[in-house]
Design a protein around this ligand. Structure first.
Ligand code: ATP
Ligand code: MG
Length: 251
C-alpha cells in the first residue's frame, strides 16, 4: 500500500509570551492510502497539534510532512477536517450546510459537485431531511451531515478529531459504525484522534500510540480482525488482547 501521509521527524514548539511549549518531539509515522489510522495518547500530549500540522494550520519547527509525495502547504486544500462539535449552522438548512464548503471554495455552481452532494445525501439516508434545519436532526444524523459536507470537497485525507466524544454512549456506537461505513465505501483515507481505546480498535487498521508531551511515537500497532463492522469487531476474540497491549503502552 502506498503511503499517503508521511511525518518525518516532526518537532513542534508553541511560542507564548512567557515561554516555549514543546508539543512534539521527532514524530515519525505514515498513513497508508485508503487505510484508517488512529492516534491515541494521554490528554494534552499533542494529538490535535499533529492534525493542525497535517492540515497546514501550523508549520513544523523541524522535520517534514509529505502528502501524496508533496509537502503540506499552508491551509492545504487536500485535507478535510471533522471536529468534535459538528459546527453546523443552525440558520441554514441541511442542504445549505452541505454546500457551505463548496460556497467558500466558489465551487457551488459545479454540476459535478452538486450531484455528488445529492448522491451522498441519498446514499446515507439524509435526502428527506435536506430542507430541515440542524436542530430537527439527531446528534448522529448531524455528524453524518458534517461528514458529507467534508466529503463533498473530495479531500485526499480526512482528519477526525474526537468526532464522537460529544455523543452519548449508545449514539456513539451507532455513529462510529455509520461513519466507518461511509469512509470505507467512499474509499477515503482517514486519520482519527480518540481517547477511547475500544473506539480506536474497532475502527483502525493501524494505531499510533503517543507518549505524554512532548509526544513521541511509542508504538505503531497494526490491527487485524477477520473483518466486520466496528460493532462486530468489539466482539472479536482478539479484541481484549489488543486492548490490554495498548493500555499498557499508555500507562
Ligand atoms: N496555542 C497554543 N499555545 C501554547 N500552547 C499550546 C497551544 N495549543 C496547545 N498548546 C499546548 O500544547 C500541548 C499539546 O496540545 P494539543 O491540543 O495538541 O494536545 P491534545 O493531545 O490534542 O490534548 P487533548 O487530549 O486535551 O485533546 C498541550 O500542553 C497544550 O497546552
Ligand atoms: Mg486535542
Amino acid at each position: 500500500m502506498k503511503n499517503l501521509l508521511e511525518f518525518n521527524n516532526v518537532s513542534y514548539f508553541y511560542q507564548t509570551k512567557e515561554s516555549e511549549v514543546n508539543a512534539l518531539d521527532n514524530v515519525t509515522f505514515t498513513v497508508e492510502e485508503k487505510s484508517f489510522s488512529t492516534l491515541v495518547g494521554p490528554s494534552g500530549c499533542g494529538k490535535t497539534t499533529i492534525l493542525s500540522l497535517t492540515a497546514g494550520l501550523l508549520t513544523p519547527s523541524s522535520g517534514s510532512i509529505i502528502l501524496d509525495g508533496k509537502p503540506i502547504t499552508k491551509n492545504d486544500g487536500r485535507i478535510g477536517y471533522m471536529f468534535q462539535r459538528d459546527h453546523l449552522f443552525e440558520w441554514r438548512t441541511i442542504w445549505q450546510n452541505i454546500i457551505l464548503g463548496l460556497e467558500i471554495q466558489k465551487k457551488h455552481k459545479s454540476a459535478q459537485k452538486l450531484e455528488l452532494a445529492e448522491n451522498l445525501l441519498k446514499k446515507y439516508d439524509l435526502y428527506n431531511f435536506k430542507n430541515k434545519k440542524p436542530r430537527q436532526l439527531s446528534g448522529g444524523m448531524r455528524q453524518r451531515v458534517a461528514l458529507i459536507r467534508t466529503l463533498v470537497l473530495e479531500p485526499a485525507l480526512l482528519l477526525l478529531d474526537e468526532p464522537f466524544s460529544a455523543l452519548d454512549y449508545q449514539t456513539r456506537l451507532k455513529v462510529c459504525d455509520d461513519v466507518y461505513e461511509i469512509i470505507k465505501s467512499e474509499q477515503k483515507t482517514a486519520l482519527l484522534v480518540t481517547h477511547d481505546i475500544s473506539e480506536a480498535l474497532s475502527m483502525s487498521d493501524k494505531i499510533i500510540i503517543l507518549s505524554k508531551r512532548p509526544a513521541t511515537v511509542k508504538e505503531n500497532m497494526i490491527i487485524s480482525f477477520s473483518g466486520g463492522t466496528p460493532l462486530q469487531k468489539r466482539e472479536d476474540d482478539n479484541f481484549g488482547n489488543y486492548f490490554e497491549k495498548i493500555w499498557r503502552f499508555l500507562c
